[in-house]
Design a protein around this ligand. Structure first.
Ligand code: ADP
Length: 498
C-alpha cells in the first residue's frame, strides 16, 4: 500500500481551483479578445475611411482648380490656378496660409502631400517630400501603398481639361496617415492593457469563487482519507448548509459510510456469531471422539452413546448451516423474487393442516375472516417458511396449555396473519431482541429444543423483503402473538394479469 501512496504524492497534480482559475481566465481572454478585435477593426476601418474621404475630397478640390486649363499644365499655370486671390505666392508663406481657402484646406494638413505632374511625368508642383512614386493613372483611385515606415494612402487621378476633354496632367495626393497610426497605436496599447487586466481579474475571481465553491470537496477529501486509513473511523463530512449538489453529495457520502460501516460490523459480528455457534457442537463431537479413542472403543454402551451424541450434533450443525444459508438468501428476496404472487389463504390452510397432523397432542384453531381469495406479492415457499418458523416456535415454547391459534384477516390493502400460543411468553426486555440473529432468551433451554436462534431473524428478513412487517405481543408466562402483515396485490392489476 505504502509505495503506491508515495508514487501518488510525487505525481504532478494541478489543483481544481487552479484549473478553474485558468479556465475562467482563458474564457475571458477569448471572449474579450474577440470583442476587442471586432471593435478595434470597426473603429480603425472607420478612421481609415475618414482619411480616404479626405484624400478623395482633396483630389476633387484640386482637380477642379486645375481642369479649367485648355492645354497641358505648366508650373506657372498651376501656381496661378491654385493660389487663392489676394494672397501672394512667396516662399515665406506657410502652406496653411497659402492654401487657406475652404476648398484646399485639406492640402495644408501636415501629413498630406500634393504633387502635380505634367503629361510626361515631370514633377511640376509639390508640397513636400513624397514617399510614393509617380503613377500615370488613367482614372481616379485612392488606395493603400507602401511607405517608408508604414503604409500610406495614395490618391491619384489624371487631370482632364473640361474644355478640350484632353488629359493635361496628373494629380497625386498622399496621406501619410500619421494621425491614423497614432490613434491605431494608442488604441492597441489600451486594448492590450485592458485585456491583461481582464484576464488577471477573471483568473483571480475564478480562483476566489472556486475556493469558496469547492471548499466542501476538501472536507469530503479529508473524511475519505480518514476512512481510508481507518474504515471504522466515525468521522463524517460536516453539514454544509448550502442546499446544492455538493451538500447532497456530502449527505449521500455520509449515508454510504454509515451503511458501509454497518455492513462491516454486521459481517464481523456474523462471523463471530457463527464461529461461536459452531464451537459447541464441534467441542461436543471432539469430546466424544477423544473419549472413544481413549477407552470407549471396546465398550458398546459408551460407543453407542457417543455415536448418538455426535450424530445429533452433526445434524444440528447441518441445520445451522442450512439456516444460515436461508438467512443470507432472505436478504436478497427483493432482487430475486420480485414478481412472485401467492394465495395466502391456501398456504395458511395447508400449514394449519400439516401442523394438526404432525402434533396431534396440540389443539390448532384457525380463524379465517377472508371472504375471497387474496393474492400477496410473496414467493409461496417463503411465506410457508415464515409460517412454519412461527408455528414451530409456538409448539416449541408452549407449556401446559397446548393450544395454537392461527388467524387470517384483511384490512384495506393489507393481509394479516396471526400465530398465537399460550406458552412461556417473552419478557418485555427480550421482545425486540428475539428477532436478532442467534438471540435466544434461554440459550441452554432453546438449544435443548433444537433452536439456533435464527428462525425469527429469517422470518423477519423474509417478510420485510416483501415490504411487510412482523410484530410481537407477548406476556411472560401467558403466551405470545406474532402478527405478519403483507401488502395485498392490487386487484385491478391482478385482473389484467389473468
Ligand atoms: P430458536 O431457533 O432458538 O427458536 P428463534 O429465532 O426462532 O430461534 O427465536 C429466538 C428466541 O425467541 C427463542 O430462542 C425463544 O427464546 C424466543 N421465542 C421465539 N418464539 C417464541 C414463542 N412463541 N414463545 C416464547 N419464546 C419464543
Amino acid at each position: 500500500m505504502k509505495p503506491q501512496k508515495d508514487t501518488k504524492k510525487t505525481e504532478y497534480r494541478l489543483s481544481l481551483k487552479v484549473k478553474w482559475a485558468l479556465g475562467t481566465a482563458l474564457g475571458a481572454l477569448l471572449i474579450f479578445a474577440g470583442l476587442t478585435f471586432v471593435l478595434f477593426h470597426t473603429f480603425t476601418q472607420d478612421l481609415l475611411e475618414q482619411e480616404r474621404q479626405d484624400v478623395n475630397q482633396s483630389l476633387v478640390a484640386i482637380n477642379q482648380h486645375l481642369n479649367g486649363e485648355k492645354n497641358k499644365l505648366t508650373k506657372t499655370k498651376i501656381n496661378r490656378s491654385i493660389q487663392p486671390e489676394g494672397l501672394l505666392s512667396g516662399s515665406n508663406k506657410s502652406p496653411s496660409k497659402i492654401y487657406g481657402s475652404s476648398v484646399t484646406r485639406g492640402l495644408s494638413a501636415p501629413d498630406m502631400i500634393v504633387r502635380i505632374y505634367g503629361l510626361n511625368g515631370k514633377l511640376l508642383f509639390s508640397t513636400g517630400k513624397q514617399v510614393s512614386k509617380f503613377n500615370a493613372s488613367s482614372k481616379k483611385s485612392v488606395k493603400l501603398a507602401a511607405g517608408t515606415k508604414h503604409k500610406v494612402l495614395l490618391g491619384s487621378m489624371p487631370i482632364v481639361s473640361t474644355k478640350t476633354h484632353h488629359k493635361i496632367g496628373y494629380l497625386q495626393v498622399e496621406n501619410k496617415l500619421t494621425t491614423y497610426y497614432q490613434d491605431f497605436n494608442r488604441l492597441l496599447i489600451i486594448s492590450g492593457l485592458v485585456l491583461i487586466l481582464v484576464v488577471i481579474a477573471s483568473g483571480l475571481l475564478g480562483y476566489i469563487l472556486s475556493y469558496f465553491l469547492l471548499r466542501p470537496i476538501d472536507d469530503i477529501h479529508d473524511t475519505l482519507t480518514a476512512i481510508r486509513d481507518d474504515p471504522t473511523d466515525d468521522r463524517r463530512v460536516p453539514e454544509l448548509h448550502r442546499h446544492d449538489e455538493l451538500s447532497d453529495l456530502g449527505e449521500m457520502f455520509n449515508e454510504m459510510l454509515d451503511r458501509m460501516q454497518r455492513y462491516i460490523e454486521q459481517q464481523s459480528q456474523f462471523v463471530e456469531d457463527v464461529s461461536h455457534e459452531l464451537r459447541t457442537p464441534v467441542a461436543i463431537i471432539q469430546g466424544h471422539m477423544e473419549m472413544l479413542n481413549r477407552w470407549g472403543k471396546d465398550d458398546p454402551k459408551i460407543l453407542s452413546e457417543s455415536l448418538d451424541a455426535s450424530l445429533k450434533e452433526t445434524k444440528r450443525m447441518k441445520d445451522l448451516v442450512q439456516e444460515m444459508l436461508d438467512l443470507s438468501r432472505a436478504e436478497q428476496v427483493e432482487i430475486n423474487f420480485r414478481d412472485e404472487k401467492t394465495d395466502v389463504g391456501k398456504v395458511v390452510h395447508q400449514v394449519f393442516n400439516n401442523f394438526k397432523m404432525i402434533h396431534p397432542d396440540f389443539t390448532f384453531v384457525l380463524d379465517d375472516d377472508l371472504k375471497e381469495t387474496l393474492i400477496v406479492p410473496i414467493y409461496r415457499d417463503h411465506f410457508e417458511q415464515v409460517l412454519i418458523i412461527l408455528c414451530d416456535n409456538a409448539v416449541k415454547y408452549s407449556t401446559k396449555r397446548k393450544e395454537i391459534h392461527l388467524s387470517l384477516s384483511r384490512t384495506l390493502n393489507k393481509v394479516e396473519v396471526g400465530v398465537q400460543d399460550f406458552g412461556e411468553g417473552i419478557e418485555q426486555a427480550d421482545m425486540n431482541k428475539v428477532f436478532n440473529r442467534f438471540y435466544r432468551v434461554d440459550k441452554a433451554r432453546s438449544r435443548k429444543k433444537g433452536g439456533n436462534g435464527l428462525g425469527l431473524s429469517i422470518a423477519k428478513r423474509l417478510v420485510e423483503g416483501y415490504h411487510g412487517d412482523i410484530t410481537l405481543e407477548s406476556s411472560a408466562g401467558y403466551g405470545s402473538l406474532f402478527r405478519i402483515t403483507l401488502p395485498v396485490v392490487d386487484e385491478d392489476v391482478l385482473r389484467l394479469d389473468s
